[in-house]
Design a protein around this ligand. Structure first.
Ligand code: SAJ
Length: 416
C-alpha cells in the first residue's frame, strides 16, 4: 500500500487527497491552518465545490484520509500550496519553500515528491530540488521528483480531476514515470510525460492562452460600445465561423489562476512577453470600465444608489479571490456612491459587511441602478418583476446573464 502525504488542503490539495484516499491509498492531508483541520475533522469542508463535502467525508470516514497540521513519513509527498502574486507582479513562493522544508525531515530513499502548485518555469529544478537535497539525498538517484500541475476547473473539480489529460514532468525520465504510475490510480484522461520545466511552462501557457483570449473579447466589447454595436450579437455571429471562438467579455478576469499565472511568464522573460502583459492590463482595466458605464448610466441623478448582484470571481463558486466584481464594488464606493451588494454564494467579509444585503429584493430597494456582475444560476431567471422597489429601473448586465429576449424591449436595460 502506498502512503501519501498531501501538503495543502485547499481547492486542489483537498480533492486530490480525498481522491487518492477514495481509491484505497492511505493519505495524510496536511494544512498549517488549524481551523481547516478542525472543520474537516468535524465532517465539514471550508470551501465550496460541487460534490466535495460528501467526497471528503467518505474519505475520512473510511479511515483512508487523516488530516493534521504537520507532515509525517510517507512514500509520496504532494505539494499543493498557494503561489500568489506579490504587488510587484512576481511570484510569492514562500508557501512552496516552507512546504518543501517541512517535507525534508521525512524524506527517505525511494520517495516520490510531486509539486502541483502553479509555479514559474524552473521552480522544481531550481527551488524545490536544492531544498530537498539539503539532507544529502539526490533527486533522480535517491528519490524521484516531478511537477504535475492541476488543471481542473473550479465548479467541475471532481470530474476534471479524473477525466482531464494530466501532464507529469520529471527531473528525469524515471521520476516522470513513477509520477505517472501514481496518478494512473484515478486519472482516466491521457497521462503525458515530459520534463519538469516543460510541464511548468505548459500550465502557464494554458491559463495565459485563456487570459489573452478573454482580453481580446473585452477589447472587442469596448470597441463595440464606442461604435454602437451589440457585442453579444456580434460575437455570436462571428463564432459561426468554423475557426473562430471568441470568448465572453465581462467585468474582468478573476480567480487565483488566470489573473495571476500570465505574470509568471512575464517575470520569466519580460522582454519577449509584451502581448501577455498587455492582455493582463486590458483585463485589469475592466472594473474601471464598468465604473465608467455605471457613472454614465447615473448621470444627472442626485445621491444615486447602486445595487451589485454577484461578488465572486465567476458563476456558481464561492471564491472572491481577485474577483473583478469586488473591485467594481470598491470602485463604486470609492467614487462616493451608496452601494448595496448581494451574492447567494458567500457570507460577507468584514470589508463588505456594511454594504451587504440579504436578498436581491433588499439589494435593489430604492436603487437607481442594478449592476449584474456574476452570472450565477440564481440570477439567470431574473425578471423585470423581481426588481420591484427600485427608485429608477435600470439594469447593467456585464455578463449577458439575463435572458435578453425578455429584457431587450425594456427601457433601462443595457449590456456591457
Ligand atoms: N472569464 C471571462 N470570459 C470568459 C471566460 C472566463 O471573463 O469567456 C472570466 C471568469 O469570469 C473568471 C476568469 O475569467 O473571472 C477565470 O475563469 P475561468 O472559468 O476561465 O477559469 P478558472 O480560473 O476558474 O480556472 C482556470 C482553468 N484554466 C483554463 O481553462 C485554461 C482551469 O482549467 C485551471 O485548472 C485553473 O484556471 C487553475 O487552477 O489554474
Amino acid at each position: 500500500m502506498t502512503k501519501l502525504c498531501v501538503i495543502g488542503l485547499g481547492y486542489i490539495g483537498l480533492p486530490t487527497a480525498s481522491m487518492f484516499a477514495n481509491h484505497g491509498l492511505q493519505v495524510v492531508g496536511v494544512d498549517i491552518n488549524p481551523h481547516v483541520i478542525q472543520v474537516l475533522q468535524e465532517g465539514d469542508i471550508h470551501i465550496e465545490e460541487v460534490g466535495l463535502k460528501d467526497f471528503v467525508r467518505t474519505a475520512i470516514t473510511s479511515g483512508n484520509l487523516r488530516v493534521q497540521t504537520t507532515p509525517e513519513a510517507a512514500d509520496v509527498f504532494i505539494i499543493a500550496v498557494p503561489t500568489p502574486i506579490k504587488p510587484d507582479k512576481t511570484a510569492d513562493m514562500r508557501a512552496v519553500v516552507s512546504a518543501t522544508e517541512a517535507i525534508l525531515p521525512h524524506l527517505r530513499k525511494g520517495n516520490l515528491v510531486v509539486l502541483e502548485s502553479t509555479s514559474p518555469p524552473g521552480t522544481t529544478q531550481s527551488l524545490v530540488r536544492p531544498i530537498l537535497e539539503r539532507g544529502g539525498l539526490l533527486a533522480g538517484k535517491d528519490f524521484k521528483l516531478a511537477y504535475s500541475p492541476e488543471r481542473v476547473l473550479p465548479g467541475q473539480i471532481l470530474k476534471e480531476l479524473v477525466d482531464n489529460a494530466r501532464v507529469i514532468g520529471g527531473v528525469d525520465a524515471a521520476s516522470a514515470q513513477v509520477g505517472s504510475d501514481l496518478y494512473a490510480t484515478f486519472v482516466k484522461g491521457e497521462i503525458v510525460l515530459t520534463t519538469a520545466v516543460t510541464a511548468e511552462m505548459v500550465k502557464l501557457m494554458e491559463n495565459t492562452f485563456r487570459d489573452v483570449n478573454i482580453a481580446l473579447a473585452n477589447e472587442f466589447a469596448l470597441l463595440a460600445n464606442q461604435i454602437d454595436v451589440d457585442i453579444w450579437e456580434a460575437i455570436q455571429i462571428a463564432n459561426r465561423h468554423p475557426r473562430v471562438k471568441i470568448l465572453r467579455p465581462g467585468p474582468g478576469v478573476g480567480g487565483h489562476c488566470i489573473a495571476v499565472d500570465p505574470w509568471f511568464l512575464v517575470e520569466a522573460a519580460p522582454t519577449c512577453t509584451p502581448l501577455i502583459r498587455q492582455a493582463r492590463i486590458v483585463n485589469d482595466g475592466m472594473p474601471n470600465y464598468v465604473l465608467e458605464r455605471a457613472q454614465r448610466a447615473l448621470q444627472g441623478i442626485a445621491s444615486p444608489v447602486v445595487a451589485c448582484l454577484g461578488l465572486t470571481y465567476k458563476a456558481d463558486v464561492d471564491d472572491i479571490r481577485e474577483s473583478p466584481a469586488v473591485e467594481v464594488l470598491e470602485r463604486l464606493i470609492h467614487a462616493g456612491l451608496t452601494v448595496r451588494a448581494y451574492d447567494p454564494h458567500i457570507t460577507p467579509t468584514d470589508a463588505i459587511k456594511s454594504h451587504w444585503a440579504n436578498s436581491i429584493i433588499e439589494a435593489v430597494r430604492d436603487a437607481d441602478l442594478v449592476i449584474l456582475l456574476v452570472d450565477h444560476s440564481e440570477f439567470k431567471t431574473l425578471h423585470p418583476d423581481n426588481l420591484t422597489g427600485m427608485r429608477r429601473f435600470y439594469l447593467l448586465d456585464t455578463r449577458q446573464c439575463v435572458d435578453s429576449a425578455v429584457w431587450a424591449s425594456i427601457a433601462g436595460y443595457e449590456v456591457l
